[in-house]
Design a protein around this ligand. Structure first.
Ligand code: ZN
Ligand code: ZN
Length: 395
């Protein structure tokens, strides 16, 4: 099969790879029809992780079941399924508690497994024609009748929609809350959509890319462009000097200051300032335990210069970590099916698998307009389509 393979820093190519096979009776094989490039793929693409050469990228996957192992009972050949990026076993202490992002058995020695991801187990990704899904009954979300018609919406259930929703859950967003969201990338935009679904009062989204801020605005947010003035001042002005009730971190360790220099503490320290006293902060942006190639000496070891004094003085609370996708994907699926959420509105490019290496270059460079790239491995030739017309995201 054809697959997008990692060869080293900023070197990914579409190569011929062996087809995956049923290895365990609980496995399911999926023919991938849509798979996304994610911001967290870029950490590996840039050579910032210990990703092994020869691995296939891709943890945001949707497709048609073409084969099931003997022990699979709930998923059938022909089903359209979307897979959470986390791979769970379904029977460990964390999976039983719904914390499938921290499964204790699928990647022994570490809590959490994923497809095509550095440090998250040996599983290949789905930026390929086919994908092996372990524990298929547990890890496949069977999609409703309108799966093909709304495929570009449903594929967002693999990661960014639940991850954005998780940011608002960790932050404790309730109806009427004023919410500040750092980052108008795909996850920040999905946190925006989630805050809207939950009935937030003001949702303020901080970024410096006009195209992304425009999307946030279309989703009902107040854009806060930090290139035009300090975000802290702008958020305080929007909230009568009190700060937001809830804050969401949707950028991660590669956040930058106003001069464009990367410091892993920029967004976290700004959240301490822009969230009110006793407010709460949800952190879903990726922070890593080791980043040897970072310039900042603290950052090399995953530490940061965090304003803990003010955080404590303000009595704030914080919750962190990757989304347990299975905790949310069914409900969010229903919102898509009923037309109440349309996460595909943030898609900027729909491309063939062959075009993926070029797409990585543009997405990595944060080129204007490259918000979210989805790949269609089944389709040949150029699918290049800059999605211009964006429909309203919430009905
Ligand atoms: Zn992702
Ligand atoms: Zn488990």
């Amino acid at each position: 099969m054809k697959a997008l393979v990692y060869y080293g820093a900023r070197d990914v190519r579409v190569s011929e790879m062996p087809d995956p096979k049923i290895e365990q009776p609980t496995d399911v094989l999926v023919k991938i029809t849509t798979t996304n490039i994610c911001g967290s793929d870029l950490h590996m693409y840039e050579g910032r992780t210990d990703m092994e050469q020869g691995r296939i990228f891709g943890h945001e996957n949707l497709g048609e079941v073409i084969e099931v192992g003997k022990a699979v009972v709930g998923i059938k050949v022909g089903d359209m399924v979307c897979m959470p990026f986390n791979i769970g076993c379904g029977h460990c202490k964390n999976c039983e508690a719904g914390l499938t992002g921290f499964c204790l058995t699928m990647n022994p020695g570490f809590a959490g497994a994923a497809y095509g991801f550095a440090g998250m187990g040996p599983y290949n990704g789905g930026q390929a024609e086919y994908l092996r899904v372990p524990n298929g009954d547990f890890n496949c979300l069977k999609l409703p009748e309108d799966a093909q018609e709304k495929e570009n919406d449903y594929v967002m259930l693999s990661d960014i929609f639940p991850t954005g929703y998780h940011a608002t859950q960790l932050a404790g967003v309730k109806s009427g809350d004023n919410v500040v969201i750092y980052g108008a990338g795909p996850v920040g935009l999905m946190a925006t959509l989630s805050a809207q679904i939950k009935g937030a009062n003001k949702t303020m989204v901080v970024d410096n890319h006009p195209d992304r801020l425009k999307l946030a605005e279309e989703l009902g947010a107040i854009p806060i462009d930090f290139s035009k003035g300090p975000a802290v001042d702008q958020v305080l002005e929007q909230t009568n000097g009190l700060g937001a009730d809830r804050g969401c971190e949707c950028v991660g360790y590669q956040c930058c200051d106003r001069q464009g220099h990367e410091h892993n503490n920029v967004t976290m320290n700004e959240l301490v300032k822009t969230v009110k006293a006793t407010g709460s902060i949800g952190v879903v942006g990726v922070f890593i335990a080791q980043d040897p190639k970072a310039e900042d000496s603290l950052q090399k070891t995953g530490h940061m210069d965090f304003d803990f004094g003010n955080f404590w003085m303000k009595g704030q609370s914080m919750a962190t970590g990757q989304a347990n996708v299975k905790a949310y994907n069914r409900q969010l699926c229903d919102l898509i099916s009923s037309g109440k959420a349309k996460p595909s509105a943030i898609i900027s490019h729909e491309l063939s698998l062959e075009e993926a290496p070029d797409a990585y270059k543009h997405f990595d460079a944060r080129d204007n307009g490259w918000t979210k790239v989805i790949l269609k491995p089944g389709k040949q030739g150029s699918q290049k389509k800059h999605v211009q017309e964006r429909e309203a995201v919430t009905a």
